[in-house]
Ligand binder design. Structure first.
Ligand SMILES: Nc1ncnc2c1ncn2[C@@H]1O[C@H](COP(=O)(O)OP(=O)(O)OP(=O)(O)O)[C@@H](O)[C@H]1O
Length: 394
């Protein structure tokens, strides 16, 4: 195992993330803790704006060709920026492993709160230093899975691009929430803004064609079976042409906020393969559905509060089923409200007439599929450029 003195350590924090206290937290807790352990960073840098984190990391890697570690004080967005800079702005010819020490300083910190389950009993400062303590104790870092999404086809050339996410890739309601919540950031800096944006979008449905892609190593798509309380091979059609209320996939995380456990099986039944967990809500599966009208959508929206409540109750929403009259609850039988898949990837082909269906969220950044185009998302184990493996101390 590499000792700390053989590592080049970059300490990097985003002073503008979350509630703007990363600098203070690093000066008061992180840097003194490293010093007390005799660990001397090669550089300590505060990011200066959008994109800066990626530049700093690439410069650091060019200057330090041996083993490195990055102590990162930020939210998920800064990690996302770094990974995308490594994928698309870094010329790399050798295989490299880049371990991150995460210090949660952002708004939601989905990755950190998935890796270190939050507990109200824990000291609030110590609870933010768990990855740092694992690094100091020289624990073995764990590999991060990635999701690679390409926006392809369509007429707008400038929209053809590829993005890598480390937390979430979504369309439908979640992408709408992220788009609208950015406009609320100034007035509502905390995670409350996601709830406000959810209310603004709760009655929307998104028309699209979807194809679920099998896990490469097994050739199958799995679906959660509430009776078995386990994944089983999915026997339904991998192609869906439908209205979607929710369509969201994650890698690495079982929650998007400390208490919002949207893909709980990510941690409860860890995947042995390179895969994504996908949660889908198709309103037309509701036994009470007859036709798509504004009234139907409003009635459905009134019921969906239960789905979100379930996600906040330790991810219980994945057990919910429809009663014959369309009521949603933890019933013993009936169609699943949330379809929960584990697969190798997915394709999303938005209906050309449905503008909002073209939104794709990758780790909080909202992109748009060109009219007539599609998004293709695949789980990958490492950044393809030079095969860079990203790891995290846990
Ligand atoms: N000095 C800076 N001033 C303003 N913005 C910055 C600065 N440094 C970095 N940024 C930008 O801040 C954005 C938000 O950072 P980050 O995602 O880490 O925090 P967050 O949004 O508060 O948390 P989370 O992603 O967990 O919700 C990033 O997109 C990054 O480009």
């Amino acid at each position: 195992m590499v000792s700390h003195s053989d590592l080049s350590i970059l300490v990097l924090y985003n002073p503008a993330c979350g509630d703007n206290t990363a600098r203070e937290f690093f000066e008061t807790h992180v840097l003194p803790r490293l010093e007390r352990s005799g660990i001397i960073p090669s550089a300590v840098v505060a990011t200066e704006g959008v994109g800066h984190a990626g530049t700093v990391v690439i410069d650091f890697l060019k200057q330090h060709e041996g083993d490195v570690a990055i102590v990162l004080g930020s939210g998920d967005g800064t990690l996302h920026e770094i990974i995308n800079a490594l994928a698309f702005s870094y010329t790399n010819t050798t295989q490299r492993a880049i371990p991150f020490v995460l210090v949660p300083c952002g708004t939601a910190n989905a990755l950190y709160s998935s890796l270190f389950t939050p507990s109200s009993e824990q000291d609030p400062i110590a609870s933010r230093l768990s990855s740092l303590e694992a690094f100091i104790a020289r624990s073995k870092p764990k590999s991060l899975a990635l999701a690679c999404t390409s926006l392809v086809g369509g007429t707008l050339q400038q929209n053809s691009r590829t993005v890598i996410s480390v937390v979430v890739t979504s369309t439908a309601l979640h992408a709408s929430i992220l788009k609208d919540s950015e406009l609320l950031r100034k007035d509502i800096p905390g995670i409350e803004r996601f709830k406000v944006a959810a209310q603004q979008n709760i009655t929307r449905w998104y028309r699209s064609r979807v194809r679920l892609l099998p896990i490469l190593s097994t050739g199958i798509v799995q679906v959660y079976d509430a009776d078995a309380d386990d994944f089983v091979p999915y026997q339904g059609s991998l192609d869906m042409s439908a209205s979607f209320w929710y369509f969201l996939s994650t890698v690495n995380v079982d929650r998007l906020e400390p208490a919002f456990r949207i893909t709980p099986l990510m941690s409860r039944i860890p995947s042995q393969d390179v895969s994504l967990d996908v949660v889908v809500v198709r309103p037309e599966r509701d036994p009470a559905f007859t036709s798509d009208t504004p009234t139907t959508r409003e009635a459905f929206a009134r019921k969906t509060g239960v789905v979100f409540s379930g996600a906040y109750q330790d991810g219980n929403h994945i057990r919910f089923r429809y009663r014959q009259d369309g009521e949603i609850g933890d019933y013993r039988s009936g169609p699943a409200v949330v379809e929960y898949f584990r697969c190798g990837g997915w394709e999303w082909v938005p209906d050309e007439a449905d503008e909002r269906a073209r939104l794709i969220c990758t780790d909080g950044t909202v992109l748009e599929v060109a009219k007539g185009g599609k998004a293709v998302c695949n789980a990958i184990a490492a950044i393809p450029n030079g095969n860079i493996e990203c790891l995290v101390y846990t």
